[in-house]
Design a protein around this ligand. Structure first.
Ligand code: PMV
Length: 330
C-alpha cells in the first residue's frame, strides 16, 4: 500500500476538487515523546513497531499558511526566507504536497513559521507536517476528522501524528497493514504543575535523520528485540504516573526510555551517536543535582539537545541551576 492510496481513501470523491478557500492556516505544537517511537514496521506508511506517548509543547511549534500559487512551481518559505527546492526541508514538504496535487499544474505557496530550531532533534518536522495537513484541510475544505488528519500527518513524519493535540498524546501502533488503526489520541489527564524546559545545546542540523537512524537500528542492533518489552513497560508506568501525578515515576520512566533509545542507536552498525560532549556534561550535571535533592529528569530526541522535566514548585531553583534553560508553558 502506498501513501497516495490512503489519501484517496480518505478524500474519496473530494479528491480532485478545487480548494474551497483562498488559503488555509494552522498551528501545531512540537511534541516530545516520553516513550519514544524508534523503529518502523512499514517504511512507506511510517507504521511504528511500538506505540509511543508524548507531551506537546504549548506555543512552541509551527504555524503554516498555504495557498495556491500562480507560478508553475511550489514556493516554500521558512521564517520569511525562500527555501531552495533542493534542500531536505523543501524536498520532504514537496513530496508530501505531491500526495494532494489532484490536478496537473497545481502548485502551492507555503509560508511556515517555526519558533523551534529546525532539524536539531526538537520535533520541528512533527509540528511542521501536523500544521501543514491541517492547513491543507482548511484550504481545500475537506473537513476531515482528527483521526484522519493524524493518519495523514503520519505519512509526512511518524511523530507528526501526535502533534494535533496539546497535552499528553498516545500514538497507537496498530496492527493493520494499511495503518488505519495507527493514529494518535489525546489522553484526557491534565497535569498543570508539570513543566518542561528546552536545553538547547546545539542547533546544528543533525548528521543523520531519525528516519535513517531508526532503520539502521532495526536492521543492525542486536538489542532491538528488547525494545518492544521496554516500551510496553514504560507506557504502563507513564500512564499510571500521569493518572496519579507521580512525578518521580514519570521522570524516571521518561529518562530511562530516552537512554534506552540512544543506547540502541549506539549499538547499531555503524554506531549512531547524537550526543556531543556538552550533552554528556549536562546529563552529568542533571544527575549530580538530582543526587543532591533537585527533582529533575531529562529526555532526549534524535539530536544533542535535552528537554528537562520538573515541577512548577521548582522552577526558580531549576532556572538558577540552568540559566540557559528555556522554560516552556505547556
Ligand atoms: O517522526 P520522526 O521520523 O521524526 O521520528 C521521531 C523520532 C523521535 O523524535 C526520536 C522519537 C519520537 O517518538 O518522537
Amino acid at each position: 500500500m502506498k501513501k497516495i492510496d490512503i489519501v484517496k481513501i480518505f478524500l474519496a470523491k473530494q479528491y480532485g476538487n478545487s480548494p474551497q478557500n483562498k488559503y488555509g492556516e494552522a498551528f501545531a505544537p512540537a511534541n516530545i515523546a516520553l516513550c519514544k517511537y524508534w523503529g518502523k514496521r512499514d517504511t512507506e506508511l511510517n507504521l511504528p513497531v511500538t506505540s509511543s506517548l508524548s507531551i506537546s509543547l504549548g506555543e512552541k511549534g509551527v504555524r503554516t499558511r498555504i495557498a495556491l500559487s500562480d507560478d508553475n512551481h511550489d514556493q516554500i518559505k521558512l521564517n520569511g526566507n525562500i527555501v531552495a527546492p533542493d534542500t531536505e526541508f523543501a524536498r520532504r514538504m514537496i513530496d508530501f504536497l505531491n500526495l494532494f496535487r489532484n490536478k496537473a499544474n497545481l502548485y502551492f505557496t507555503v509560508d511556515t513559521k517555526s519558533n523551534i530550531p529546525i532539524e536539531a532533534g526538537l520535533a520541528s518536522s512533527a509540528a511542521g507536517f501536523a500544521a501543514l495537513i491541517q492547513a491543507l484541510d482548511k484550504l481545500f475544505g475537506w473537513q476531515l476528522d482528527k483521526k484522519q488528519l493524524s493518519i495523514l500527518a503520519r505519512l509526512g513524519s511518524g511523530s507528526a501524528c501526535r502533534s494535533l493535540w496539546q497535552g499528553f498524546v498516545k500514538w497507537h501502533a496498530g496492527t493493520a497493514e494499511d495503518g488505519m488503526d495507527s493514529f494518535a489520541e489525546s489522553l484526557p489527564s491534565a497535569w498543570p504543575d508539570l513543566c518542561m524546559g528546552i536545553l538547547t545545546i546545539s542547533t546544528t542540523p543533525k548528521h543523520i535523520s531519525s528516519r535513517e537512524a531508526m532503520q539502521r537500528t532495526v536492521a543492525t542492533s542486536r538489542y532491538y528485540k528488547l525494545w518492544p518489552d521496554q516500551v510496553e513497560n514504560d507506557l504502563r508506568n507513564l500512564i499510571t504516573a500521569i493518572k496519579t501525578h507521580n512525578f518521580t515515576l514519570l521522570g524516571e520512566t521518561a529518562e530511562a526510555n530516552a537512554i534506552a533509545m540512544h543506547a540502541l542507536a549506539l549499538t547499531s552498525n555503524p554506531a549512531i551517536l547524537y550526543s556531543i560532549p556538552k550533552t554528556i556534561a549536562m546529563i552529568e550535571k542533571i544527575w549530580r543535582r538530582r543526587a543532591s535533592g533537585l527533582n529533575i529528569y531529562f529526555t532526549q530526541d534524535a539530536g544533542p539537545n535535552l528537554i528537562l522535566l520538573f515541577l512548577q514548585q521548582d522552577v526558580d531553583k531549576i532556572k538558577h541551576e540552568f540559566p540557559e534553560l528555556e522554560v516552556v508553558t505547556l
